[in-house]
Write a protein that binds this ligand. Structure first.
Ligand code: IMP
Length: 431
């Protein structure tokens, strides 16, 4: 298999960083294709923790080329800081190992201010965005008035763009939201300086990707957020502003669908969600608290407490359809040790009707009551297990039941945050 897409099957935070990092060991090229620094990947390599928000996880693998595709929105300050951090670790000596598309749109101060001002103004209906300027930057992209990474390398046209956009943004910020205006001179100077710092990394990523695929290299497309945060397929409007499903690889990475060989759906062994919006299997009682504490469920980007609940196979089946999963990775199975029984949702009741299909509207979703099947739990600690056969019977039965209910094989099981704490049942990137 040459080109694999790894995407979240739930509402983000499925542990994509851990799985992508594990897959990146055998990847030549790792590509981010959507989202921005609203994502947060925590990687634990040899006990050392690195949190990345923008740079693909392959950067920690010597020799791997990492691409930030045109579908990503880039906060150039965050990119600079992550480059500094990785350079300081000695893991990025050669700039050709990190390439950023000149077509990727740039997150500016006004996007961040507008993101926060608008979500504040929504009051109880707040989406609970990460406040990183993601939505407003995608809006400007679609409105054909955004600034792209390549523009940072051209001070003259950048000046014109900054002045033009500042007028409009400051009007909205000050007149509509009573927020502070952004000084276009200060912003311009900063963007020019950032352009100079980042110039060695800006490139035509689509060509690099094409060459890698033609040469039969192993390419990993690393998704951010998750299927139900997707702007079209998620729980709109409680979603992010990009397409997070596997199909987004084509537009956001710059590759045709015929060149993708497999799609790995990543799920936790239970479910979490950050921010607002419906979440049928959320457990606001003892079970949810137990999952949150054992699973240390706090966001890597904002530090916010995640809402917790049980695994929902209605959600996973829908994700399997939308993404075309060829395999699943089940994360954090170790967290479930210690319960006598574990509920798994197999269907929903909406307005008295039983369904296994994900509904079309948010209203139906908000009224969905999960129908649970109770599976036997296990007491053993799983963190030291490396082979599927060595899992306790009940843990294996849990995994088998997921496979049967979602109708997708479970290729990987994660039993701890460390790179080696992984059970592989299938070689995804065989050399
Ligand atoms: P935004 O992406 O900052 O606009 O936030 C929109 C919604 O997506 C909010 O509910 C966020 O909490 C959620 N979100 C965005 N990125 C992530 C992520 O990486 N993990 C989990 N939730 C996320």
């Amino acid at each position: 298999m040459t080109a694999i897409v790894a995407v979240g099957a739930q509402w983000g935070d499925e542990g994509k960083g851990k799985i992508s990092d594990w897959l990146a060991i055998h990847a030549d090229v790792v590509v981010r294709f959507q989202g921005g620094n609203n994502a947060g990947h925590t990687l634990v390599v040899d006990g050392e923790k690195t949190v990345l928000h923008l740079i693909p996880c392959g950067v920690l693998q010597p020799g791997t080329v990492n691409l930030i595709g045109p579908g990503v929105v880039v906060d150039p300050r965050v990119l600079r800081d992550e480059i500094d951090q990785i350079e300081a670790k000695g893991a990025l000596r050669d700039p050709s190992r990190l390439r950023v598309s000149g077509r990727a749109h740039v997150i500016c101060d006004w996007h961040i201010s507008l993101d926060k001002a608008r979500d504040e103004a929504r009051q109880e209906a707040a989406i609970g965005t990460t406040g990183r300027g993601i939505g407003p930057t995608y809006e400007d992209k679609v409105a054909r008035r955004g600034i792209r990474m390549a523009d940072l390398l051209d001070p003259e046209s950048l000046r014109i763009a900054v002045d033009r956009i500042a007028r409009e943004k400051n009007f909205e910020l000050v007149e509509l939201y009573r927020w502070k205006a952004i000084d276009p001179d200060v912003l311009y100077d900063e963007l020019v300086a950032l352009g100079r710092r980042l110039e060695p990394y800006v490139d035509h990523t689509g060509r690099i990707l094409d060459e890698a695929l033609c040469a039969g290299k192993h390419v990993l497309f690393e998704g951010a957020q998750g299927t139900f945060l997707d702007i079209d397929h998620g729980t709109y409007p409680y979603v992010t502003s990009s397409n997070c499903v596997a199909g987004a690889v084509c537009t956001g990475g710059g590759v045709g669908p015929t060149r993708i060989d497999g799609v790995l759906g990543i799920t936790k062994a239970y479910t979490t969600r950050v921010g607002g919006g419906p979440f049928p299997t959320e457990d606001e009682g003892e079970g949810g608290r137990w999952l949150g504490e054992r699973g240390n469920e706090f966001g890597a980007t904002t530090g916010r407490k995640r809402r917790c609940g049980w695994l929902d196979t209605v959600v996973l089946r829908e994700a399997a359809i939308v993404n075309g999963f060829t395999a699943l990775a089940v994360n954090k199975l170790d967290i479930l040790s210690g319960r006598s029984e574990i509920p798994v949702a197999t269907a929903w009741k909406i307005d008295g009707k039983l369904t296994r299909d994900f509904p079309m509207t948010l209203g139906e979703l908000a009224r969905a009551e999960p129908v649970y099947e109770s599976l036997p739990g296990w007491q053993e600690d799983l963190q030291g297990v490396r082979r599927y056969e060595d899992l306790p019977d009940a843990a294996r039965r849990y995994v088998d039941r997921i496979e049967a209910l979602v109708d997708v094989p479970v290729a990987l099981i994660s039993v701890g945050p460390g790179r080696d704490e992984t059970i592989a049942r299938q070689e995804l990137f065989a050399r």
